[in-house]
Design a protein around this ligand. Structure first.
Ligand SMILES: [Ca+2]
Length: 261
């Protein structure tokens, strides 16, 4: 009995059968091996060659899809924008058929084995732009890396970058500014002002310390400027407090003292 493993027709000059035939394939590849066997009887009569095909599957897994930050970790105005104040966000690990485990690369770093998991929580990250990629692996090797997910950690709230108008003594925190802003022409006249923040914000609330200090209007324009018009209906000292929130959900409280004189 003689045989070939490269698909060619076996003859009496092919490899003689002398025991178990080892059929193998390379790691990382799907190898198709065709075993063809040539046999003769004791009288030398040959029979048609027998052919056997073997698929040696040592392929690595496919690349995972792009990672996804879980909604519960994606704080702020959008839970799909990948901007968050959470320093340890959790991501879904895109599952790949045939994978026995996964590796992660944070910020372009080396891929680290995280085992056969469906989710992955980052160790604490600092503020700033960051990236995440996964690979899947099996016994034969690693997949190609997933597409890169860009995300941003932002824990710093916005600060005051400018002020204008009559209400122009806003300070960060609850103490109130130094400005006494009503009374020059007697109440109940209204007073307006703006406070501009270092980045985009949305308005959460505006409150006052007295029912005799009322807010005529309050809104955000230009993405980062809080406009407030207030009115006093009796001679009181008090404070207007506004809370704004950045894109990641970090809040900034600012206050403005008001008084009648
Ligand atoms: Ca978000």
């Amino acid at each position: 009995m003689y045989y070939t493993t490269n698909g060619s027709a076996p003859t009496a000059s092919s490899t003689p059968y002398a025991g178990a035939i080892n059929i193998t394939g390379a790691n990382g590849a799907l190898t198709v091996v065709t075993l063809k066997v040539f046999t003769t009887d004791p009288l030398g009569n040959a029979r048609a060659a027998d052919s056997f095909a073997y698929n040696i599957d040592k392929q690595v897994p496919a690349a995972p899809a792009i990672p996804d930050m879980q909604a519960a970790s994606d704080s702020g105005s959008s839970n799909t924008d990948n901007i968050t104040k959470i320093t340890t966000p959790t991501f879904d690990v895109p599952q790949v058929a045939g994978a026995t485990g996964y590796k992660v690369s944070i910020g372009g770093g080396a891929f680290v084995n995280i085992g056969n998991v469906a989710t992955y929580t980052l160790p604490a990250q600092g503020d700033g732009a960051n990236t995440l990629r996964f690979k899947a692996y099996n016994a034969f090797g690693d997949s190609v890396a997933s597409p890169t997910l860009n995300f941003t950690i932002k824990t710093a709230s916005e600060t005051i970058s400018g002020q204008a108008g009559y209400l122009n003594q806003w300070v960060v925190g609850g103490a109130g500014g130094a400005g006494a802003i009503f009374g020059a022409v007697g109440y109940p006249d209204s007073r307006s002002g703006t406070v501009t923040f270092s980045g985009n914000v949305t308005l959460v609330s505006i409150t006052t310390t007295s029912p005799n200090i009322s807010i005529d209007s309050g809104n955000i324009t230009g993405g980062n400027t809080l406009n407030v018009t207030a009115r006093m209906s009796a001679a009181v000292d008090g404070t207007i407090t506004a809370i704004v929130q950045d894109v990641a959900g970090n809040q900034t409280t600012v206050s403005q003292a008001v008084s009648q004189f």
